[in-house]
Design a protein around this ligand. Sequence first.
Ligand SMILES: Cc1cc2nc3c(=O)[nH]c(=O)nc-3n(C[C@H](O)[C@H](O)[C@H](O)COP(=O)(O)OP(=O)(O)OC[C@H]3O[C@@H](n4cnc5c(N)ncnc54)[C@H](O)[C@@H]3O)c2cc1C
Length: 297
Amino acid sequence: MQIDIAIIGGSYAGLSAALQLARARRQVLVVDAGQRRNRFVDAAGGSAHGFLTRDGSTPASIAAEAKRQLMLYPTVRWLDGLADEARVEADGRFSFDVAGHRVGAAHLILATGVRDELPPVPGLAERWGQSVFHCPYCHGYELGGGPIGIVAASPLAQHHGLMLPDWGPTTLFLNDAYVPTDEERAALARRGTQIEPTPIARIEGSADVVLQDGRTLSMNGLFTQSRTHVSSPVARQLGCAFEEGPMGLFVKVDAMQQTSVTNVFACGDAARMAGNVALAVADGALAGVAAHRATMG
Ligand SMILES: Cc1cc2nc3c(=O)[nH]c(=O)nc-3n(C[C@H](O)[C@H](O)[C@H](O)COP(=O)(O)OP(=O)(O)OC[C@H]3O[C@@H](n4cnc5c(N)ncnc54)[C@H](O)[C@@H]3O)c2cc1C
C-alpha cells in the first residue's frame, strides 16, 4: 500500500494531525494500536480533565468523537494495528509493516505516545488512573481537598511535594527512592508538606498506604513520578534523534514538529518532555500543517 502521508498513532495527537491534512484534501493513512496512555482512567470509570469543552468527559469518548468527525473526510483511511519494522528506503520514502500490509509513505507523522513505568510498590499499578496519578492538573481537583500522598520514585518527588499542597494537605512518602537536601526539606516545610521516611509495604483500599512499620495512612489519592518510554520502536528504527527529559527520553523535534529525519514529524507525548490532551492536540495540529507544507516540496 502506497500513501502520501502516514500517521502512526491514532489518539489525540495523531487525530489532530490527520484532521488538518484531511481538510487540505490530502490522502492520509492513520494506523493505531488502540493503547492510549490514559486508557486506565476509562477502565476505572473515571474522567479526563483540563481539555476545553470536554472537561469531565471520558478519555475514550473524546478520542471516539474526534475519530468520528475525522472519518467523515473521504481522503482518510484507517488501519487498526501496530506499525513495526520501519525503515527509510533508498529513494527517501518510508515503509513499515502493519496488519499484514507493507505500507510505503512519502511523509510520516509519529504520534505514538508514551508508556508509564511505575515504581514497584505492591498495589500501586492496579490503582493507576483510579486513585494513583502523575498529573495534579488532571486529577488533583477531584480529590476533594485531600489528604494527598506522594509516592516518591525519583527526585521529581520534590516538585510534586511543592505543588500538591495547592490540592490538599500533602504527605511525601520517601520510600527509599529519594533523599531531600536540607534546603529541599525547608522548602517542603514552608509549603506544609509532611515527610514520611518509613518505606511503604503496600497500597490497600482506594489509597491507603501501609508502611513497613505497620502503620496505615489513608489518603484520598496518590501521585507518583512515572518514568516514561516512547511507546514504539518506530522512531528509533527510522534513526530519529532523542532528547533526555526529567521523565525519560522523547523524540527530538524542532518548532514545526520536524524530527532529525527529513519528512518525519512527531507530536504529542512521544515528542515532548511532559504532555496532556490539550498539548497533544496542539502539537498534532502543527505536525499536520508542517507535513502538508513538506508535501509541496
Ligand atoms: C493515568 C493517566 C491519566 C491522565 N489523565 C489526563 C487528563 O485528565 N487530562 C489530560 O489532558 N491528560 C491526561 N493524561 C495524559 C494523556 O493521556 C496524554 O497526554 C495523551 O494521551 C497524549 O496523547 P498522544 O496522542 O500523544 O498519545 P496517546 O494518547 O498515548 O496515544 C498514542 C497512540 O498511538 C498508538 N501507537 C503507539 N505505537 C504505535 C505503533 N507502532 N503503531 C500503531 N499505533 C501505535 C497507541 O496504541 C495509542 O493509541 C493522563 C495520563 C495518564 C497516564
